[in-house]
Design a protein around this ligand. Sequence first.
Ligand code: SF4
Ligand code: SF4
Length: 290
Amino acid sequence: MIIAVASGKGGTGKTTLTVNLARVLMEKAKIYVLDCDVEEPNVHLFLQVQKIEDKIVNKSVPELEPEICSGCLECVKMCQFNALVEVKAKPMVFSELCHSCGGCVEVCPNKALTEKDFPIGKVSIYEDERYVFVEGRLDVGQPMSPPVIKAVKKHLPNDPKAIAIIDAPPGTSCPVIASLHGADFILLVTEPTPFGLHDLDLAVKTVKELKIPMGVVVNRVQAIPNLITKYCTQNQIPLLLHLPLDQEAARLYSQGKILVDHLPEFKEKFQTIVPKIQKILQEVQHANQN
Ligand code: SF4
Ligand code: SF4
């Protein structure tokens, strides 16, 4: 089962949910945790396990051989991403902007363009007897994170009985879709504020497009019901958990500590999530069969 943890905006508690869920699940089996928030990965601050290896992530970009380029500029016309620009009647490559579509290489009549690797980030693999933890990290200044996210997701387990948790980037853009694609269930984390509600609504619309079952976790709750409770009821979205606004939880988080190791009331709450997800998935399967 692949559970992706997402949110419409940053700072709602995605990482808190990811690491605490992983911690309660690892008491039963080995867990895979994938940090796909590659622009600012932070799961490693909580899961301190042995690093096994780093792998460089490359994308393919065109390289020009000026001696055989006729200057026809067909490649410049082909590129939809402004990664090829005419300079003195010859194309110039801006590798950062290239989306690796290969179109320019295909249209070049003189075979003056070849593909070469261009490093954009790395994937780090950590492991101990309880976790396999895979972190993606986009190099500073690189604008395209999906190739790094896809490189992280290559480490998802093949065993259908294994549980993997993906920490997705915040928002609703391409990196989020790349992270959520292929998940069995999406946990949307939000907070009970008007901003939280606005961004939750955007995230819900995105997940509906992907047709993946979802549930909501409300973080930093002071009173129930709140505006998120009402939204979930109106939109028939399962509300799986309320996590209280708690000063001790905030203190532990700021020290890189995992809440369920220190606060039994949080552990009890996190232990309820997966049985609820399994029940929803069974209901969805049942509905699809009928
Ligand atoms: S298509 Fe090929 S030959 Fe024409 S300008 Fe581009 S690299 Fe040069
Ligand atoms: S591979 Fe695609 S995106 Fe990259 S420079 Fe060529 S046409 Fe543009």
